[in-house]
Design a protein around this ligand. Structure first.
Ligand code: AMP
Length: 421
C-alpha cells in the first residue's frame, strides 16, 4: 500500500492548531468590523491574465511561482497567488463603486505560490488583508496602516514588530527616479546577478529588493527616491507620517522599500519582525491608484495590505494566545444497547438547546467512559444504565464537585436550561 502524504510546501492544520487559527480569525473579523470593513470571498482560481496584467509580467510571482494550467475550454487558469487582483476584479465586475463613495473590504483565505519551502515560506499559505477603494487622501493610508497595527498589537506583537514606510511617488517621480537609478547602476552592470541584469531593463526599482550582499553594498551609494518627489508626493507622504504620529504608531522611513509587485504608487509599507529569521516580513501593502482602471474599471484610488497568517502564528507564543480549548458541557454515558435510542434523543434535545454534548459511540465500560469525560474536561456526565432505564430516570453527576442526583428523563432539558439561567 502506498502511504499518501500532503504535497511539499502545504500543511495540515490539526485541531491543536486550528483553535489558534479561529482565535486569530475572530480578532480579524472583530477589528475589521470596528473600522467598518466588510468581508469579501473570491474564488480560489481565476483567469491567469488577471495576475499577469496586475502583479507584473516580470515579478517573481508571474515568472516562476504561479500554479497555472490550461483548462479543457482552452482558458488559462491560475490558483490565486495574491488577493488584491481578485478583489479589484470583483470590485469592477459588481460595480461596487456605485454602492458608496468608499468601499472597505477585507478577506481571509489561502494562496498558492511555487516558492522553495522553508520556515515561514509555504506553497499554500494564508493571508488576511484589506483593500479600500475611493479615497486618494492620506487619512485613508493612515487608517489602513493603523488597522494593521491594531490587529498585531491586539495579539501582543507590538513589541516584536517594526513598521517600515516609504513613498514611491506617482508615475512622474518614479520614471525620473528609474532613469537616475539606471544611470547609477550602469557602470556596475557587469557585477550584478542575472536576475538584476534583467530587472535593469524591465523594472530597475526592483533591484532595490535584492538580498545579494554585493548588490546591497553597490546600492549603498545609489540615489534615493525622495529626491525625485513632486510637491504632491511630498505633501501626501508628510500627511501620512503626521497621521501615524497622531495615532501613536511607530515607524521607520526606508527610502529603499519598493515591494515586489508592479502596481504600487505613493505609500508603501511593510511590517517585519527580527524574531522571524530570514522570512521576516509579516505584512506588506501600499497604495495602488491605477490598478482599478488598469483592470477595466473607472479610475478609483485604492490602498490595502496583506498579512501572512502562518508567520503571525509563528510569532505568537502559547501564552500570548490565551486560548482555552473547547470543552463539552455534558458527557453522555450509555453502555446499555437498550438505552441508545433514548440517549440519542436526549442528547439531540440538549444540543438543540445549545449545550455541547459528547456521547460515547464505542459502548465502552462505565469506568472507561468516566475516565474519558474527565480527560476532555466535561462539566457533567449523564448516565443511562439498566436501573435508570427501568425507571425512566437519568443520573447526573457534576464532575466539578462529584455531586450526583437522579432526574426523570423528561425533565433533563429543563434542568439544564434552569441551570444556565
Ligand atoms: P506579499 O503578497 O508577497 O506582499 O506577502 C504578504 C505577506 O504574506 C508576507 O509579508 C508574508 O507574511 C506572507 N507570505 C508571502 N509569501 C508567503 C509564503 N510563500 N509562505 C508564507 N507566507 C507568505
Amino acid at each position: 500500500m502506498i502511504k499518501l502524504r500532503n504535497i511539499k510546501g502545504t500543511h495540515d492544520i490539526l485541531p491543536e492548531e486550528s483553535c489558534k487559527w479561529r482565535h486569530l480569525e475572530d480578532i480579524i473579523h472583530k477589528i475589521c468590523a470596528q473600522y467598518g470593513y466588510q468581508e469579501i470571498r473570491t474564488p480560489i482560481f481565476e483567469q491567469s491574465k488577471l495576475f499577469s496584467k496586475s502583479v507584473g509580467e516580470d515579478s517573481d510571482i508571474v515568472t516562476k511561482e504561479m500554479y497555472s494550467w490550461e483548462d479543457r475550454s482552452n482558458t488559462f487558469l491560475t490558483l490565486r497567488p495574491e488577493l488584491t487582483a481578485s478583489v479589484v476584479r470583483a470590485f469592477n465586475q459588481h460595480n461596487l463603486r456605485n454602492l458608496s463613495p468608499t468601499q472597505r473590504l477585507y478577506y481571509i483565505g489561502p494562496l498558492f505560490r511555487r516558492e522553495k519551502p522553508q520556515k515561514g515560506r509555504q506553497r499554500q499559505f494564508h493571508q488576511f488583508g484589506i483593500e479600500t477603494f475611493g479615497s486618494n487622501l492620506a487619512e485613508q493610508d493612515a487608517e489602513v496602516i493603523v488597522l494593521a497595527w491594531q490587529i498585531l498589537s491586539h495579539l501582543g506583537l507590538d513589541k516584536k514588530i517594526n513598521l517600515q514606510l516609504n513613498s514611491i511617488g506617482t508615475d512622474v517621480c518614479r520614471s525620473a527616479y528609474r532613469e537616475a537609478l539606471k544611470k547609477f547602476l550602469k557602470p556596475h552592470l557587469h557585477e550584478l546577478s542575472e536576475v538584476s541584469k534583467r530587472r535593469f531593463e524591465t523594472n530597475p526599482l526592483r533591484i532595490l529588493d535584492t538580498k545579494n550582499e554585493k548588490e546591497i553594498s553597490i546600492l549603498k551609494n545609489a540615489p534615493l527616491i525622495n529626491d525625485y518627489y513632486s510637491e504632491e508626493d511630498k505633501e501626501h507622504f508628510n500627511e501620512v507620517k503626521t497621521y501615524l504620529d497622531a495615532s501613536n504608531i511607530p515607524f521607520n522611513v526606508n527610502f529603499r522599500l519598493v515591494r515586489g509587485l508592479d502596481y504600487y504608487t505613493k505609500t508603501v509599507f511593510e511590517i517585519t519582525s527580527s524574531e522571524l529569521g530570514s522570512q521576516d516580513a509579516l505584512l506588506g501593502g501600499g497604495r495602488y491608484d491605477s490598478l482599478v482602471e488598469q483592470l477595466g474599471g473607472k479610475p478609483t484610488p485604492a490602498i490595502g495590505f496583506a498579512a501572512g497568517i502562518e508567520r503571525i502564528l509563528l510569532l505568537l507564543k502559547e501564552k500570548d494566545l490565551k486560548i482555552s480549548k473547547p470543552t463539552p458541557d455534558i458527557y453522555f454515558i450509555c453502555h446499555e444497547k437498550a438505552g441508545i435510542p433514548a440517549s440519542l434523543s436526549i442528547a439531540k434535545k440538549l444540543r438543540v438547546k445549545g449545550f455541547k454534548v459528547v456521547s460515547d459511540t464505542l459502548r465502552r465500560s462505565m469506568k472507561a467512559q468516566m475516565r474519558d469525560a474527565n480527560k476532555i474536561g466535561a462539566r457533567f456526565v449523564l448516565i443511562l444504565g439498566a436501573s435508570e432505564l427501568q425507571k425512566n430516570d437519568i443520573t447526573l453527576k457534576n464532575l466539578r464537585n462529584s455531586e450526583q442526583i437522579k432526574i426523570k428523563q423528561n425533565d433533563i432539558v429543563d434542568f439544564f436550561e434552569t441551570l444556565n439561567n
